[in-house]
Design a protein around this ligand. Structure first.
Ligand code: AMP
Ligand code: GLY
Length: 443
């Protein structure tokens, strides 16, 4: 994949880049950014144990909440561009603060991040802009919730309004279960994120993730991706942050994509402008392709994880220019990302017990890895005192490969996974089942 040459003559200085965040997503962003020869150094705050295995990358140990220390450090490192990964930092206004101090920042301000940190606000936003989404009811008390649940003639989904690390959405099978979910949210389990509940019409269809890099007015799209949210094979078990992904998603044909752009993406950016929100960052559209067309399930104000690890290897060295152009508000909108014949897939290796309780601190052994068009992005790892790689999260490693078709991609990814071991390692064997022609033969 190569990005149109009109942007490769970018004259701006891009020597020192900072990526904020500590996941596989941020490591893959740093990896794609360092490909550009103008880039001398990519700093990660805080990064993880895999960050410094990436060319030109260095971790900075500093608490981003300590604003004075942060500013001093960024000035001394002469940072040219800041990319903010996680939603919490964006929701807390980190992008606004850094922009005010004169930095170029890729990531929306607090106002734009509201698309993700308040589900009820996002639903009202979509209603205002006539963007297709499931019907909804915003409720402020258990009494109100009870009334809606027991008088509804359609199945409902229950969602905590605020950020809940992907754990605030419930898909109940009955009205009683629905009520129990509402009770749990209002009980304070999610803190202030559960002060309001959104009850939503349950809709059906395959899900797809679409990412628009946005400069406030114009946007360009990254290749589409499909995530696998459920823990177990055949899409069973509890929801997770994501167990694997593939890109591009063949389900999104040119026609479907142009419908998504017209009915969802353009109206979203128009509505942001109407509300005076200058959105400079990525908008992640979590969509469901229903019988009546694409509908928005959720907005996020950040890249998806593991979609980002999957998509980044499809970017060429000009990717960092796109981020910079968004941060400066000077996308032309005609930048194109030319697809070649490569596709990409990612399988996540997790700790036993994830997404519930799990233990960490187990040594990770990595054997003979095929590294041609394959990457391992650490998601949750740390180093022991003597430099041994240890598990340090629910999602531990993102194993990513590219090739000319998905059968080859996943053959390589699973071959590499056989070379990786740690106590309690778990991964799904059926990532990409939708697009693997030889899927049943391999399993
Ligand atoms: P969210 O965090 O809002 O993306 O929700 C997590 C998951 O719950 C989504 O990826 C869907 O699989 C499912 N989901 C959310 N909203 C709905 C809905 N209205 N109808 C059916 N499934 C939903
Ligand atoms: N992969 C889903 C997410 O990042 O929310």
């Amino acid at each position: 994949m190569s990005i149109n040459s009109t942007i490769s003559k970018n004259p701006n200085k891009l020597k020192n880049i900072l990526v904020i965040g500590n996941g596989g997503r941020e490591n893959s962003l740093a990896w794609a950014i360092q490909k550009n020869e103008l880039v001398k150094k990519v700093y990660l705050i805080p990064g993880n144990a895999g960050s410094e295995r990436i060319n030109k990358c260095e971790r900075i140990k500093i608490d981003i909440k300590n604003k004075n220390d942060l500013l001093e450090k960024l000035n001394s490192l002469k940072i040219d561009l800041i990319v903010i990964g996680p939603e919490i930092a964006l929701a807390n206004g980190l992008a606004d603060f850094l922009r005010k101090k004169g930095f170029k920042v890729f990531g929306p301000g607090k106002d734009g991040a509201k698309l993700e940190y308040s589900k009820s606000w996002a639903k009202e936003f979509m209603q205002d802009a006539n963007i297709p989404t499931a019907n909804f009811w915003k409720v402020n008390s258990l009494k109100e919730a009870k009334k809606v649940i027991y008088s509804s003639s359609i199945p409902l989904v229950v969602k905590a309004d605020g950020l809940a690390s992907g754990k605030g959405v419930f898909i109940p099978d009955s009205k009683d279960e629905c009520f129990k979910a509402a009770e749990l949210i209002f009980s304070g389990k999610f803190g202030d994120s559960g002060n309001v509940i959104v009850l939503e019409e349950k809709i059906e269809g395959p899900e797809v993730s679409v990412f628009a890099l946005c400069d406030g007015e114009k946007f360009i799209l990254l290749p589409t991706a499909q995530d696998h949210k459920r823990l177990m094979e055949e899409d069973k078990g509890p929801n997770t942050g994501g167990m694997g992904a593939y890109s591009p998603a063949p389900l999104i044909t040119k026609d479907v994509l142009s419908r998504i752009v017209k009915e969802i993406i353009e109206p979203t950016i128009d509505e942001l402008n109407k509300k005076n929100i200058d959105y400079k960052g990525v908008i992640y559209f979590g969509l469901m392709i229903t019988k009546s067309g694409p509908k928005v399930i959720e907005y996020n104000c950040r890249f998806g994880d593991p979609e980002c690890q999957t998509i980044m290897p499809l970017m060429d060295q000009n990717f960092v220019f796109l981020l910079e152009k968004c941060s400066m508000g000077n996308l032309t909108g005609s930048e194109t990302i030319d697809t070649t014949d490569k596709v990409s897939g990612c399988v996540i290796a997790t700790s036993k017990g994830y997404p519930h309780e799990y233990k960490t601190g187990f040594p990770i052994k990595i054997g003979n890895i095929d590294s041609l068009n394959c990457q391992i992005f650490d998601s949750g790892t740390s180093l022991s005192k003597n430099g041994e790689l240890l598990t340090d999260g629910g999602r531990v490693l993102s194993v990513v490969c590219q090739d000319k078709d998905f059968d080859l991609v996943f053959k390589k990814a699973y071959k590499n996974l056989k070379e990786i071991n740690f106590n309690g390692i778990y991964f799904r064997n059926d990532i990409g089942h939708q697009v693997r022609k030889n899927f049943s033969k391999e399993n």
